[in-house]
Design a binder for this molecule. Structure first.
Ligand code: AHR
Length: 526
């Protein structure tokens, strides 16, 4: 009662003094803090590769089996064994490429185990992920069919750790050659006449770790050796991606980049970085957390900006023309598995915090689009920071899914350079910016701005000035939730989803965006 009275007195005083007009938000009835963005469309020249919005599917837990593949005889509606609901959901976010079959699994995978009649395919042990039986019912043909259904490019990760040069060379030939050869005959015998197009091919995965525990010097030799026998057959150009650094291993990037022959052979070099809230032995719960863990997760995710900047700076020394791409083909939140689930399956829930991490990373990749031309969130379904969770016939779209949906407008659009001034978000002695943003102009001439307000307590009033052009129309979408750990579950699948956003207006070319606390907003102006 007393507090309400004080609030009214304060409100009336402020209004009478004409100091400001408080905006009241449904999400948090607090006066927003102010910030500004300057957009420079006249300086826009770099394309945001659609491949930044790529995904990763590994033979791990229920990513492939159950998440994608249910088999032709399943009561779950499917096309050639692949779930229809999942395909539809992924088509709706326009996934541009899909990496497969791993991850660590890739360097144990022998592709010939996964072709031919299913009852003749050998079962193997998935030594990396739970020691479960892998029956190889999802193999090369099934993966390429999945890519066809999704309308995305295939990104195959070859086995350098335990495979041979011949095996990798033959896989390329099996997939992409139209010549008459033992491998193409085998493919035809397995029911596929025409070669497929395979755009991206990784030569090993995490070769500093599960892919063989190599030094960069040794891997560099292997990269060149394997690459020499991976041919471009008519109609196909393989973009070879070298296995790259983990996190701050700048020496790895330097060693790979300084070799002229390696540079000549690679289209890209990878970087892996996961957001670990605490440390590898205690990663924290995906859903049970407070503001401290929320803040720490976002603060640690901001590290991606430093990582791509520093790895790019090394690449700039040897490749100033920026021909070679930095490929962040594993990124995302990694928390403890959901209680009661197999620790080897890496199954975690996905909350508004994960949506923030996705929005932040995608903004970072967009803003570094001159060098980062591919990124793959880990992983697509049922593993780590997934966009989709499945349980038998049920499917849930996660908050991260909605971020990819909001951000798809940036795919192949032109990055608009910008300058952001915003409030700090402070926790104890740590400080981060409260806002992350990126902007682009699409082929139809529309400008898109995506913003995340990390602060769970304060709204941000952002004034955006555009240095060129005339703008009069604005529309938008918002993703937010009542609590920071809200998530979509199999019982309540629609707790968090995007809704139209009415908090933006444009007048005399000045765009004002009221970004509520803990929300992600996508704005379109023209
Ligand atoms: O995404 C899970 C695992 O994380 C991948 O298999 C591996 O490459 C990385 O260490």
């Amino acid at each position: 009662m007393k507090t309400s009275f004080l609030k009214i007195v304060l409100f009336v005083s402020v209004m009478l003094l004409g100091l400001s007009t408080p905006t009241v938000y449904a999400q948090n009835a607090k006066t927003p803090v102010k910030g500004s963005i300057s957009l420079f469309p006249d300086q826009a020249k770099v394309t945001i590769s659609k491949d930044i919005y790529g995904h990763f599917s590994e033979h791990l837990g229920a990513c492939i089996y159950g998440g994608i593949w249910v088999g032709e005889k399943s009561p779950i509606p499917n096309t050639d064994g692949i779930r229809n609901d999942v395909v539809k959901a992924l088509r709706d976010i326009s996934i541009p490429n899909l990496r497969w079959p791993g991850g660590c699994f890739a360097d144990t995978y022998h592709w010939k185990d996964g072709i031919g009649p299913k009852d003749k395919r050998p079962s193997i042990i998935n030594t990396n992920w739970g020691g479960v039986t892998e029956d190889n019912s999802f193999g090369t043909h099934e993966f390429m069919r999945l890519c066809e259904l999704l309308g995305c490019d295939a990104y195959i990760n070859g086995n350098i750790g335990s495979g041979t040069v011949q095996e990798m060379s033959e896989w390329v030939e099996y997939l992409t050659s139209s010549n008459d050869s033992p491998m193409t005959k085998l493919r035809k015998a397995n029911g596929r006449d025409k070669p497929w197009v395979v755009k991206y091919w990784a030569v090993g995965n995490e070769t500093w770790g599960c892919g063989g525990n190599m030094t960069p010097e040794y891997y560099g030799d292997l990269f060149r050796q394997f690459s020499s026998f991976m041919h471009d057959f008519a109609g196909n150009t393989l973009n070879k991606i070298a296995s790259g650094a983990s996190d701050v291993d700048y020496n790895w990037t330097e060693t790979m980049m300084k070799n002229p022959k390696s540079r000549q052979m690679m289209a890209g070099i990878s970087l892996h970085n996961y957001t670990i809230m605490d440390n590898w032995s205690h990663k924290g719960s995906a859903t049970q957390f407070g503001e401290k863990e929320w803040f720490t997760t976002i603060r640690k995710s901001l590290m991606m900006d430093e990582l791509v900047s520093k790895h790019s700076a090394i690449m700039d020394k040897y490749d100033p023309q920026k021909r070679i791409s930095l490929v962040v083909d594993e990124w995302g939140d990694w928390f403890d598995v959901e209680p009661g689930t197999n620790p080897g399956f890496l199954f975690q829930q996905n909350t508004m915090r994960d949506a923030m991490v996705a929005a932040l990373n995608l903004n970072i990749f967009n803003n570094h689009a001159d060098r980062v031309r591919m990124a793959n969130i880990a992983q697509m379904i049922n593993v780590l920071q997934s966009v989709i969770l499945t349980k038998n016939e049920k499917m849930v779209l996660t908050p991260t899914y909605y971020v990819f949906k909001m951000y798809k407008v940036h795919q192949d659009a032109t990055l608009i350079p910008l300058k952001l001034n915003c409030e700090k978000y402070i926790m104890g002695t740590d400080t981060i910016p409260s806002v992350s943003v990126s902007a682009s102009k699409d082929k139809a001439g529309k400008t898109h701005i995506t913003l995340a307000n990390f602060d769970p307590n304060k709204a941000q009033e952002i004034t955006c000035t555009v240095s060129a052009g005339t703008y009069s129309q604005v529309k938008g979408e918002i993703l937010t939730a009542a609590s920071i750990n809200a998530c979509n579950t199999f019982d309540k699948p629609n707790e968090i989803k995007t809704v139209p956003f009415s908090g933006a207006s444009i007048k005399n070319n000045i765009l004002t965006i009221n970004v509520p606390s803990k929300s992600i907003v996508a704005i379109e102006i023209n």
